[in-house]
Design a protein around this ligand. Structure first.
Ligand code: GDD
Ligand code: MN
Length: 364
């Protein structure tokens, strides 16, 4: 059998999609029969038979590849790594659950080959497209998010689409600046490219999920806001740090609330009350950072306990340094009490963030 290098790589992120793999592959074979294509599944350690089904199909089909990621999560980052694992000049991204109309892949590819576009997007919001059978709630959430996304990238009618094809050289314009946060890889790419891309939109009707469950949860909206924020201010302040500081500020409020309660309601002696308030604030901040700030490196089980101990130790050092710096500035008389206070707080925020992201929530 002679080998033909793929002209098109279809990247398919998967998380527990076992029952959809065979049907997706059958459809890709049918619709792409005139092309040299390959598919790269990027699987974030699914707990069902997803990888087994992919591997079984790959035994008889060299077009099928698998990237298995362990200890990492995220639709956007999965798509990026899949695209980086390919050498094809043209890349497509589509879901595994058959909600994206695969017959669009051929006209997408033709538009790119004919130089009519750098990027072709499957859109639900142009003439001929639609969002399919969505609940009123999901439809309106999507509409709000789409509106916000369009403020950022005005040349897309459906910036929230997860179905698109792009030339590799266009992808390369953006790849080093991607935020890689959350679900919205298309928005990320278009907002990160340093020149306007030639974009074509093709309508499609968002299908019904065939098997399995949606991975969309409340956190996805939070991640979307983070992505927007990172695209707007990320050049100046990393959003992760912003989030960490925000949670830190919330911790101060929690501390004061518990202190008040312990003193006035429980009538505890001050030292006890202050100790309890400190403990509650540390637990609160650890839990929030673990769920939101470091969601992609979230600790569970035994690692959670170890993480908490290191977080508490690092933040205690941060508090000591805070007091040191603030006292020094206050003593040097160059700074007023509040300026010294803010400087101490800011310095411990930077310390806590930098060191906990190195040790407590280490990137794997
Ligand atoms: N590797 C990986 N890691 N894959 C993931 C992850 C993850 O953390 N989360 C979801 N996926 C995979 C799913 O297995 C599926 O193949 C695809 O990503 C989309 O996930 P769904 O849970 O089906 O998302 P959806 O249908 O709600 O959202 C789709 O519609 C949006 C438009 O509203 C996606 O296509 C979005 O990209 C799209 O923007
Ligand atoms: Mn889906």
């Amino acid at each position: 059998m002679s080998y033909m290098a793929p002209e098109l790589t279809v990247v398919v992120p998967t998380l527990n999609e076992a029952e959809n793999i065979a049907e997706l592959l059958a459809r890709l074979h049918r619709t792409l029969s005139g092309l040299n294509w390959e598919v790269i599944f990027v699987d974030d350690d699914s707990t069902d038979a997803t990888r087994a089904n992919i591997a079984a199909a790959a035994q008889t089909d060299p077009r099928i590849r698998l990237l298995h990621r362990i200890g990492r999560r995220g639709l956007s980052s999965a798509c990026i790594e899949g695209m980086l694992a390919s050498t094809a000049p043209v890349l497509a991204v589509m879901d595994a659950d058959l909600q994206h109309d695969e017959t669009l892949l051929t006209p997408m590819f033709e538009a790119i080959k004919a130089q009519r576009a750098d990027l072709v997007v499957g859109s639900r919001y142009i003439q001929g497209g639609d969002i399919g059978e969505w609940s009123a709630k999901r439809a309106s959430i999507s509409r709000i998010a789409t509106f916000m996304g369009r403020k950022l990238v005005s040349d897309l009618t459906d910036p929230m689409s997860g179905f698109f094809m792009i030339r590799r050289d266009a992808f390369n314009l953006a790849v080093r600046k991607l935020s890689a946060i959350g679900f919205k890889i298309l928005l990320d790419i278009v907002a990160s490219a340093n020149r306007p891309l030639k974009i074509l939109e093709l309508p499609f009707s968002f299908g019904q999920r065939v098997a399995g469950e949606s991975k969309l949860d409340a956190n996805v909206s939070g991640q979307f806001l983070l992505l927007l924020l990172d695209k707007l201010v990320g050049r100046f302040i990393p959003v992760r740090f912003l989030m960490f500081s925000l949670i830190g500020a919330l911790g101060v409020a929690v501390h004061l609330a518990v202190l008040w309660f312990a003193l006035n309601v429980l009538k505890l002696p001050f030292a006890f009350a202050q100790g309890a308030a400190t403990l509650v604030a540390i637990v609160n901040n650890f839990a929030l950072n673990n769920t939101f700030t470091f969601r992609d490196r979230r600790l569970r089980g035994a690692a959670l306990l170890r993480g908490f101990v290191s977080f508490a130790a690092i933040c205690s050092l941060g508090a000591a340094a805070n007091v040191g710096v603030a006292s020094f500035l206050f003593g040097s008389a160059a700074a007023s009490w509040w300026l010294a206070g803010i400087a101490g707080g800011a310095m411990s925020a930077v310390w806590n963030y930098a060191v906990t992201s190195l040790f407590t929530w280490r990137a794997r």
